[in-house]
Design a protein around this ligand. Sequence first.
Ligand code: UDP
Length: 241
Amino acid sequence: DSLRPKYKRVILKMSGEAFGQSGKTGISIDETLEIARQVKLVVDRGVQLAIVVGGGNLLRGAQFSAGGEAIREATAHYMGMLATVMNGLAFQDALELHKVETRLMTAIRMESVAEPFVRRRALRHLEKGRVVILSGGTSNPFVTTDTAAALRGRELEADILMKATRVDGVYSADPEKNPHAVRYEKLTYQQVVRENLRVMDMSAIDHCMEAKLPILVFDYKKVGNIERAMAGHPIGTLVTD
Ligand code: UDP
């Protein structure tokens, strides 16, 4: 069985764009259901999955606060964190429609909406085979959900951090602008830092490097890729020591 999972516990970072339509703001029910369908396939194979959700389809703090002086930058970042909770709620219902047991946790307390993030409780859910959706980022402004994914990946002792994006890996230049751009199959943390490659935020890279947590950047839009990634197929770009 070539799709047998290679990893026991995975932290998956899903950007907000996964829950919306390309180039549009808002949440798309169809897109969200499609991601849920793909996630179900890997959960059924026994992978322990914690998913950090982004909020970029609704609001990004840095962009929103750049629009004028009325909204303080920190305020805009809190708004971005709340956006991730909305995606988390939609994703949870979509997964449940596919008969996947989930728990939604938030880094920002709001008990009537989701469980507060407590490390030991999250671990317990994972051990019971529940998909843990992690929303609210880190609860701190000025960072992004990439950093949240790296931190949670470390504390939940994941085997790998997978960053699901719309590009099939890390390129030497922007592949849409430069026809000579090449995709790296493998990279080291050092190369990422030295060449300032756009894998994740530098603070996220830092955490992964310190914990020796491998990072896989891959294209989730290609059907079957989430399963392939979990099985350790050579897709995307793998960043290791
Ligand atoms: N955010 C934050 N702290 C965090 C995580 C997120 O302030 O720990 C804010 C930040 O403004 C960010 C927004 O929430 O732009 C949405 O998250 P992100 O941009 O990471 O979403 P993605 O790009 O993954 O869709």
